[in-house]
Design a protein around this ligand. Structure first.
Ligand SMILES: *Cc1c(COP(=O)(O)O)cnc(C)c1O
Length: 389
């Protein structure tokens, strides 16, 4: 098929839930992507924070293809080795007790929400189903996840939404104190609000939320779907804040490009879900898990220190661009406030010049593959600079 045919078929036959950028991607290597026309792009998106090892990493391909040739799927009715390996690696490194595997971020949050509700029911009674999330948050697209998402614009058309969600302004500890009551089973938050504009929470507020949870027997859920798996320079972003959540959800980066996500549970709620309470046919698929084992193996202390280093390097370079007003975020999850141009236009013009970037609200958002080289960073920043001139 040629480019025109692909675009035409897409328009005719695919539900238009996405306004696509004008590029047909064909192949990639590391932080470079080539379009079907053969044009080369520097990738500052990592497939929205998914391809943490870049495109077609050798070790990852070997791990995945080896598993593919052995057993591609068997369902959760049976044991498999890749699944328990990922479980062991994740729990040992996070200090959490057990994990549930799903296939995406929204599903990870569904598992967390269902667990919190059952936990509340068992501990405090059937009225203890309230979950507090933050204004400007994003938690995914299923009915529960859009209800949890604290942005009005997601709360249209699909009524009725779930009962029992309340929204607290980010960084308002007093409001949180008022909202959290005897019927609250969980507080859920992203350490850095990703889709909301790459806005890190204040440490004092995160600590306060943890304290409220401990005092009132409430579960603290960290949605680490975007921030997790090395993105901010730690395996999970909550480590920057010196807290220990009761539930940690993850997805995007973990599979290195294959669909896998899940929720980690601490001692308090790791056995809340019992046989029959929850499940998914694909969850913890052995091929996706083989990819995740490789991702976690590679993400050692030295790797994470490099992420911090590259993140600071990008931040510094961005701050030196005159039209850049502000750079937010942590590690290699960065938001860029620009002037003189809309973020969406900056994305389109960058693409034209060979750089893939993202938006988050009115900001430019950068989520480069964590393995990107300093040369590739320089090349990408030069393009962004010329676009913002
Ligand atoms: C992307 C994202 C989700 C949803 O993940 P999907 O895999 O698209 O379902 C949930 N929470 C956060 C913080 C995210 O960034």
């Amino acid at each position: 098929m040629n480019i025109t045919e692909i675009k035409k078929l897409d328009k005719e036959r695919i539900v238009p839930t996405y306004a696509r950028y004008d590029m047909v991607a064909e192949k990639g290597a590391g932080a470079c992507c080539w379009s079907k026309e053969g044009k080369k792009y520097i990738d500052f998106t990592a497939g929205i924070g998914v391809n943490c090892l870049g495109f077609c990493d050798r070790g990852w391909i070997e791990a995945v293809t080896e598993q593919l040739g052995k057993l591609q799927h068997v369902s959760n009715l049976f044991y498999t080795e890749p699944q328990v390996k990922v479980a062991e690696m994740l729990t040992e490194r996070s200090g959490m007790a057990k994990v549930f595997f799903g296939n995406s971020g929204a599903e990870a949050n569904e598992a967390a929400i269902k667990t919190a509700r059952k936990y509340g029911f068992m501990k405090k009674g059937e009225k203890a189903y309230k979950i507090i999330t933050l204004e400007n948050s994003f938690h995914g697209r299923t009915m529960a996840a859009i209800t949890a998402t604290g942005q009005e614009h997601y709360h249209k058309f699909f009524t009725p939404f779930l009962e029992g969600f309340e929204y607290c302004p980010a960084n308002d500890g007093e409001a949180m104190e008022r909202l959290a009551d005897e019927n609250t089973c969980a507080i859920m938050m992203e350490m850095v609000q990703g889709e909301g504009g790459v806005v890190p929470l204040e440490a004092e507020f995160v600590k306060k939320a943890e304290k409220i949870c401990r005092e009132k027997g409430i579960l603290l859920i960290a949605d680490e779907v975007q921030t997790g798996i090395g993105r901010t320079g730690k395996l999970f972003a909550y480590e920057h804040f010196g807290i220990q959540p009761d539930i940690v959800t993850f997805a995007k980066g973990i599979g290195g490009g294959l669909p896998i996500g899940g929720a980690l549970f601490g001692e308090k709620c790791c056995d809340t879900l019992q046989p029959g309470d929850h499940g998914t046919t694909y969850g913890g698929n052995p091929v996706a898990c083989a990819g995740a084992v490789e991702v976690l193996k590679r993400m050692d202390g030295a790797f994470l220190a490099e992420v911090e280093k590259k993140g600071s390097y990008i931040k510094e370079k961005l701050q030196a661009i005159p039209k850049v007003k502000k750079v937010t975020g942590m590690g290699m999850m960065l938001g860029v406030e620009i002037e003189g141009k809309k973020a969406a236009d900056a994305v389109a013009e960058s693409l034209e010049k060979g750089l893939m970037i993202l938006t988050a609200k009115d900001r430019v958002r950068l989520l480069p593959p964590l393995t990107i080289t300093f040369e590739e960073i320089d090349e990408g920043i030069e393009i962004l600079k010329s676009v913002l001139k």
